[in-house]
Write a protein that binds this ligand. Sequence first.
Ligand SMILES: Nc1nc2c(ncn2[C@@H]2O[C@H](COP(=O)(O)OP(=O)(O)O)[C@@H](O)[C@H]2O)c(=O)[nH]1
Ligand SMILES: [Mg+2]
Length: 236
Amino acid sequence: MRKPDGKIVLLGDMNVGKTSLLQRYMERRFPDTVSTVGGAFYLKQWRSYNISIWDTAGREQFHGLGSMYCRGAAAVILVYDVNHLQSLRELEDRFLGLTDTASKDCLFAIVGNKVDLTEEWEWALEGWDKEGSSPGKAGGGCVQAKVPKQVQLEDVMALYRKILKYKMLDEKDVPTAEQMCFETSAKTGYNVDLLFETLFDMVVPGILQQRSEGLAQTVDITSYKPPKRTRAGCCA
Ligand SMILES: Nc1nc2c(ncn2[C@@H]2O[C@H](COP(=O)(O)OP(=O)(O)O)[C@@H](O)[C@H]2O)c(=O)[nH]1
Ligand SMILES: [Mg+2]
């Protein structure tokens, strides 16, 4: 197996939907029951690059996510639940510190998952087939009442800018908050492809740069000529 060219990690509180997002993207499905204890990462071929995407494998519940996990990451996806403000706060309080080992030009995306559970989702998808999913029909056990969204995008973008400050990054050198703050639903697939594929495209230039630096080093070594031969040249 070829060594991955780039690494992307998912971070965030338990139950925000990290495993579901990854499975929705990689396996094109939303399983009713997900077990995070299992495959810790997926390999995605994107154009001619291999990108590894790491899930936290349940370790977040033990507060035992070491900073090893983010080592060398080209991008970090910070996931919160749009219906739980606390899950956004946890990103700053508990997870941001784990990203110190990421690559120096690491990209950050902040993702609010489970938008399908909000009232706003209903309005946004006016005309969308709501068969069985509207609160009025809450007879079935699996139908959940819609609630107003708890986390507003402005607060998320403010957190993004705070992260840039924490990382001492200049807003002009990195993607904007508008580009890097997403709202998704692993359940319906809403914005899931957009999230991952935007990030893949963004990490590719870094991979190319790493490759060319590696290549430059190789060229330096192989083109090195012993001094004797240089002196024998005809340029003097
Ligand atoms: N309605 C809804 N439920 C979701 C969504 N994403 C995940 N879930 C559910 O939330 C729970 C936690 O998801 P999981 O992927 O295990 O979260 P993780 O602990 O962050 O990996 C599971 O019961 C999922 O089915 C979503 O987009 N919409
Ligand atoms: Mg999980």
